[in-house]
Design a protein around this ligand. Structure first.
Ligand code: SF4
Length: 444
């Protein structure tokens, strides 16, 4: 056995310190390197696995304002010409990629516009961008086209344009309903814009509207959190996603902590944030929702899917376009350059705009899927026996017994089932399943 569990209780009451909590990939980014560029070339020049679906992620790194908790590379100062140059660069990148054997002739099963703020683009820019994308890689067979929005950017004509380009899942970054909390956390929008955007989005009849909330923003209170839950339920979105506030090192909040010599972030501790999400999930369940992951509750589990998440967590190929975007190509992880200028230069030279990469082996891919699927609260063991020929209950018996003894999950004949407490601290559990050489406190 080359992995061993940690001894720290997963549900301990701990203050929020700087660092990454949320695990979005495996092996950790700190193991990806520039030296593996050749692996990306090999992957892109290989034939696709007929069982792997293809997704496209397009990154729009522009925002009206930088939120104090934001850890993404975003620009708030680009003019229309610079934005157009960036969009043209992403189209050139797509053209280059669409000729590679791994991508050529495939149709995306899902498309995701993330950021930054995709809804920062004008209706015209969105129309032109997506027409160009569709001409290169038609997405007429896509089961889902997801699009992230900042409520204050959604005027009626923008929403009509978003609907017309084929978006099926509209995600509203509400985060909080209180104007003071939005302001103190550096958000660009205010409460009234949330209600207006939601009403207009409903009028456009999107298949699915998701609302994002964050538990534990600066100055969050018990009373206000309850109000967030009530307001969310009143709006009745198809899906609600709740993140627990984390303070990565590249956030404005961390910079202030560092300047004043503080180790603890001025936000609620982890136990309080977990309780807040627990209360929100319980209230949503009372209102008819089902909890479908450690972060999400959906109104109708039969109808409300999240294809991007589910495909990514079961090994799909992902073609990431744009600055800082992440891709997964035939078992090779890679990330694009994180600054616009070198990214555009590299694209113009016909090169891969690569920052870092990592070729996974089969064991790493298996662990990746296992830990990501743990976030759903249920891991089907049969899936892993069939795909990797491994009984995960045996492979990870030590870790699973430890977590079961802590009262966070049970192992049944055919599945690993996390209970609510396990699900609410799921990102804390996942390190136990990492290979020894990947166990590090530095996740990014
Ligand atoms: S809107 Fe999102 S991407 Fe933009 S600054 Fe805020 S958190 Fe970051």
């Amino acid at each position: 056995m080359d992995t061993e569990p940690t001894n720290t209780p997963k549900t301990a009451k701990e203050s929020t310190r700087a660092g990454n909590y949320f695990i979005s990939n495996y092996p950790p980014f700190s193991f990806w390197s520039e030296d593996q560029a050749v692996e990306v070339e090999i992957a892109l020049n290989s034939e696709p696995d007929p069982n792997a679906k293809l997704g496209v992620y397009h990154h729009i790194p522009f925002c009206r304002k930088r939120c104090h908790f934001c850890y993404f590379r975003v620009y708030t100062d680009k003019n229309a010409k610079q934005i157009q140059e960036y969009l043209d660069g992403t189209i050139q990148e797509l053209k280059n990629m669409a000729e590679r054997p791994l991508i050529k002739g495939r149709k995306p099963h899902f498309v995701y516009f993330g950021g930054g703020t995709p809804s920062y683009l004008s209706a015209k820019q969105l129309g032109v961008l997506t027409d160009q994308m569709k001409a290169i890689l038609p997405w007429d067979e896509a089961e889902e086209v997801a699009f992230e929005c900042e409520p204050g950017t959604l005027n009626p004509s923008k929403l009509t344009a978003v609907k017309e380009i084929g978006v099926t899942r509209l995600s509203l970054g509400v985060e909080n309903f209180d104007d003071h909390i939005l302001q103190i956390n550096g958000r660009a929008h205010r409460g009234p814009e949330v209600y207006r955007a939601y009403e207009r989005a409903r009028a456009e009849n999107f298949d699915q509207i998701n609302i994002d909330l964050i538990a534990g923003m600066l100055e969050e209170t018990e009373e206000n959190w309850q109000r967030n839950i009530e307001e969310t339920i009143k709006l009745s979105p198809d899906s609600v996603t709740i993140y627990q506030m984390e303070i990565p090192y590249n956030t404005g909040i961390y910079k202030e902590m560092k300047a004043s010599g503080k180790l603890e972030a001025p936000v609620a501790d982890w136990q309080t944030k977990r309780r807040w999400v627990k209360e929100a999930f319980a209230a949503l369940e009372s209102a008819g929702y089902s909890v479908s992951s450690g972060y999400t509750a959906v109104k109708d589990p039969q109808k409300t899917k999240f294809v991007y998440r589910d495909e990514l967590w079961s090994g799909a190929d992902l073609l990431g376009l744009g600055v800082a975007s992440f891709s997964h190509a035939a078992g090779v992880h890679y990330q694009n350059m994180t600054e616009i200028e070198p990214y555009l230069k590299s694209i113009a030279a016909g090169e891969l705009p690569l920052k870092r990469a990592f070729r996974t082996n089969e064991e790493e891919r298996m662990i990746r899927e296992f830990i990501l699927q743990m976030k759903l609260g249920k891991v089907e063991l049969g899936y892993f026996t069939e795909k990797f020929g491994v009984n995960m209950a045996d492979r990870f018996s030590e870790q699973l017994t430890g977590l079961s003894d802590e009262g966070l999950l049970t192992v049944e004949d055919d599945a690993v089932l996390l209970n609510r407490d396990g699900l609410l601290c799921v990102d804390n559990l996942l390190h136990d399943f990492f290979l020894k050489q990947h166990r590090t406190s530095q996740i990014v």
